[in-house]
Design a protein around this ligand. Structure first.
Ligand SMILES: Nc1ncnc2c1ncn2[C@@H]1O[C@H](COP(=O)(O)OP(=O)(O)OP(=O)(O)O)[C@@H](O)[C@H]1O
Ligand SMILES: [Mg+2]
Length: 165
């Protein structure tokens, strides 16, 4: 049975999104996969940009909606940034995504649930919900280790006054 963890974090501002990205950046290692979902404009790319900055990417990180996959150099490992919104499952399958997922760097996939079949079995899933303004709700599920344990860490670091619903 796969071990799972879950945490829901309410973020009140873009600055707090950056703080969450910083916390997660402190946990990642080569081969980490962050699977992001959430409606248009939820903040998947914004989170990715903050995360990139936190792992030492100095290049400008744009939305990969049209480039599909973009590689950046971070301070201690590469950052692979994907957006699979425009891809069919078949097209995504042909990209050989496992080379990234199991590679030397950390991967973020925007719209990851569209290619669920192709994702590695162990990953951190993050669903971002928004209802206007700068507030966001991050529903985070850690599937397998170490991701399940990360949820506990994130709750301890980010959860104060945040876990009341
Ligand atoms: N707390 C917050 N966290 C993230 N983004 C926020 C927050 N508050 C406001 N925003 C704004 O919301 C927008 C999010 O857009 P972004 O492109 O990141 O969304 P997306 O989920 O990647 O959309 P798409 O599905 O089109 O790729 C940005 O303009 C950002 O500045
Ligand atoms: Mg985006």
């Amino acid at each position: 049975m796969t071990i799972e963890g879950q945490v829901v974090l309410n973020v009140r501002s873009e600055r707090e999104t950056a703080l969450l990205a910083l916390r997660i950046a402190g946990l990642v290692k080569p081969g980490t996969v962050l699977a992001l979902d959430g409606d248009l404009g939820a903040g998947k790319t914004t989170f990715s940009q903050k995360f990139a900055k936190a792992i030492g990417v100095t290049d400008i990180v744009n939305s990969p909606t049209f480039t599909i996959i973009k590689e950046y150099e971070g301070a201690s490992m590469p950052f692979y940034h994907m957006d699979v919104y425009r891809l069919s499952l078949e097209e995504a399958d042909e990209l050989g995504l496992d080379d990234y997922f199991f590679g030397e760097g950390v991967t973020i996939v925007e719209w990851a649930s569209l290619i669920e079949e192709l994702l590695p079995p162990e990953r951190l899933e993050m669903y971002i919900a928004h209802e206007g303004g700068e507030e966001r709700r991050f529903r985070i599920s850690g599937i397998g280790e170490p991701y399940a344990a990360w949820c506990e860490v994130l709750l301890n670091e980010m959860g104060a006054g945040n876990n009341d619903d």
